[in-house]
Ligand binder design. Structure first.
Ligand SMILES: [Zn+2]
Length: 262
């Protein structure tokens, strides 16, 4: 007699996306050699698993928040109510209930909201932790005020199955930074990949294009190729900062895999 599992990985898992500000910057920052400027969304996610709540990245921090009725400065914009704590409260989630923050990496546009989650454990690759608390000192894209916020860190090396059931698996995608990581999430039988800055724009992955600056170009390309292979096998890869892709991702409601097929 064949025993069918009562529960499959991903059953009962919900994924929510949030826009946590915008940044206006050179396109070459993402695609080497490209001229012009681009306005990108800053993105963060809530993963609602039967065993607890987790964030994937926390967006820009409060110091970037623009008071209501003041003009946009033209580079970074985080309007009132756009910080990740406000985004969660708007859907009835108390930031104090978040148990984990999976940090793709510790740059200012990915870890800026960590302080809003006092009861969370921050999950980072050990290489990212060591870099952020070591040689990144003085690098303007790393600010200890974002990530030296008192919560415990879980420093991992390699893959990490967050809930032990295969529903949310964190995996290393180094290159953009020494310890960059992405996450694959099973939803309704589909595999959704939150790429982080391993793949900032759709074209990064489609054309295997590197940015002008990265920590390690060879590792970056290997990580991009890994994502490309996952995509060929059917994974739905969401870039971190692609305005057109992000426009199609529903915000503040569960993301259904069908919405990600273009
Ligand atoms: Zn970024």
């Amino acid at each position: 007699m064949v025993a069918f599992p009562l529960q499959m990985p991903g059953d009962g898992v919900k994924l929510f996306g949030f826009t946590v500000g915008h940044i206006h910057m050179d396109l070459g920052y993402f695609l080497a050699g490209e001229a012009g400027r681009i306005t990108i969304p800053v993105t963060a996610y809530l993963i609602d698993h039967p065993k607890g709540l987790a964030l994937f990245d926390s967006g820009l921090g409060a110091r970037y928040a623009r008071p209501a009725n003041t003009p946009i400065d033209g580079i970074v914009d985080l309007a009132e109510g756009e910080t990740i704590d406000c985004r969660l409260r708007a859907i009835g989630v108390d930031p104090a209930d978040v148990r984990w923050i999976v940090a793709s990496h510790l740059h200012v546009d990915h870890a800026g909201g960590n302080a809003y989650f006092p009861n969370a454990t921050v999950i980072v690759q050990k290489a990212e932790y060591c870099h952020a608390f070591g040689e990144a000192e003085g690098d303007p894209v790393y600010d200890r005020a974002d990530y030296d916020t008192g919560q415990p860190f879980l420093r991992i090396e390699g893959e990490h199955d967050l809930f032990g059931d295969g529903a949310v698996v964190v995996f290393p995608t180094p290159g953009h930074t020494p310890g960059h990581q992405s996450a694959k999430i099973r939803i309704e039988g589909a595999e959704v990949v939150l790429a982080g800055d391993c793949c900032s724009l759709r074209r990064s992955l489609e054309d295997l294009r590197l940015p002008e600056h990265c920590h390690d170009a060879g590792l970056f390309l290997s990580s991009l190729r890994r994502l490309a292979q996952m995509k060929r096998c059917g994974a739905l890869v969401i870039p971190s900062h692609d305005p057109e892709v992000w426009a199609k991702v529903p915000k503040g409601v569960p993301i259904l895999p069908g919405a990600l097929v273009s």
